[in-house]
Design a protein around this ligand. Sequence first.
Ligand code: NOJ
Length: 551
Amino acid sequence: MALDEEPGTPEAWWRTAVMYQVYPRSFADGNGDGEGDLPGLRAKLPYLADLGVDGLWISPWFPSPMADGGYDVSDFRGIHPMFGTLDDADAVLREARDLGLRVIIDLVPNHTSDQHPWFLEALAAAPGSAERARYFFRDGRGDSGEEPPNNWISAFGGPAWSRITEPDGSPGQWYLHLFAPEQPDLDWSNEAVLDDFDDVLRFWFDRGVDGLRIDAAPAMSKKAGLPDADYGGVLQFRTVDWDDNPHWDVDTVHDIFRRWRAIADTYDGDRAFVAEAVVSTPERLAAYLRPDEMHTAFNFPYLKGPWEAGPLRDVIDATLSSFAPIGVPSTWVLTSHDETRPVTRYGRTTTSSYFISDGAGEVSDLALGTRRARAAAMLMLALPGGAYVYQGEELGLPNVDDLPDEVLQDPMFLRSGGEMRGRDGCRVPLPWSGQEPPFGFSPEGVTPWLPQPESWRDLTVEAQEGDATSMLTLYRDVLRLRRETPGLYAAGLAWRESAPDVLDFDRDDALRCVVNLSTEPVDVPADRVLLSSIPLEDGQLPPDATAWLRP
Ligand code: NOJ
């Protein structure tokens, strides 16, 4: 796709781009310290260009104490020394651009790190001060303020409030953190916060990023007065179930995105926002995508649904019908650094992932999961709009569910007393080459920050390259075909009549896609097949397989 399109055109890159998510700590280690970094990423940019994606989304690369994998930022205008320097970041942006790859970065505006200078200033300042007003500091309830100010809960378990000790040593106010205590929430009704982030946006747009992914977007506004929430008796962070929750998807949040859109629109080159917004309905999500707000949003209902024809068809229809009136494309996605990897998830009886505990602990049939993950990738990439691929998804990596407790770092594991295993299992460093860990992620003899399973020797990039049956070859083939299929990007979607457990649709006259989610083979016109996720058998598409056909 050309990089010089007019802003706002129907062909704007973000409408159809396939973006590759880089979790920098686990992508490639350039300096040999066991942690991924920007020199490592630079060296692998040609791999991403060859893969056939249109760009990359880089998970947070800012200075951070890493209490939540970098989503606890202590300086929004810098680069974590573990990853490199601002010069390295500039080089990534420049070299990606030279290879025709867009780059979006991850902005984490709902909260800062507790080591951010603002929070340190707030701790040192008095109750009621301007320093505290950038966050939510409140007196506690109870006779001596010993109870949290309200009943809000944290996404990682437990109360969303922690109590501080005042500078004079007395038990003090409480501060709000919808995530870990190391991630105090900013008060986005405070002009000083808004002004500073205007500048952060400009800082990165000026350096040439093509867009920003907005972390936890619905968390950014809170209902005035911070009233107790009605969680419906389930003390868990179930944002897909929440309507009228005082700390999630509160309508005033949209004012912030309107302000940001006005800034993005002053830049050339179709700069774009992608919302991370897990909300209760497609209509609520569509509100984030109004013409003066964000450009796209991850499709979480699609990501989280089961591997079943009915729910898949329903979520595709619901998405297309709620987005069509506002003229925005969907962004399809199967996984991320927060989710169980598809190969593992689809090999379980519970294939949905609405809540973090779904399917946890269930044994996975990885052969079945891999077969389904291949089919799911081809379905996702046949749908109208853009898509995201999480690093290692193109290698068919499974989740690593047997990491020893002592290496786990996710605050979810620590805060839930081990009840929730957390997300480290999908963040294990990538295997690039060789027969033994660290599989080319780091130089030989260096131990990566999370241990890789020995069994990954068959899943390295090197092992999969040139293997016609590998997941990597499938991703390369399907991404190439997607680019080479005339008219695909503009085409609509029309369902064909099919058996109940089969999805069969045309993208106008550009492409036909058949997905067999039944237990029986289905007939397809074999001479029209362009690509299938597994070979046809006697001219039929086997169960848990997808084919792309000439219509
Ligand atoms: C969503 C991010 O994807 C996740 O990794 C993080 O823990 C939370 N937001 C909090 O920033």
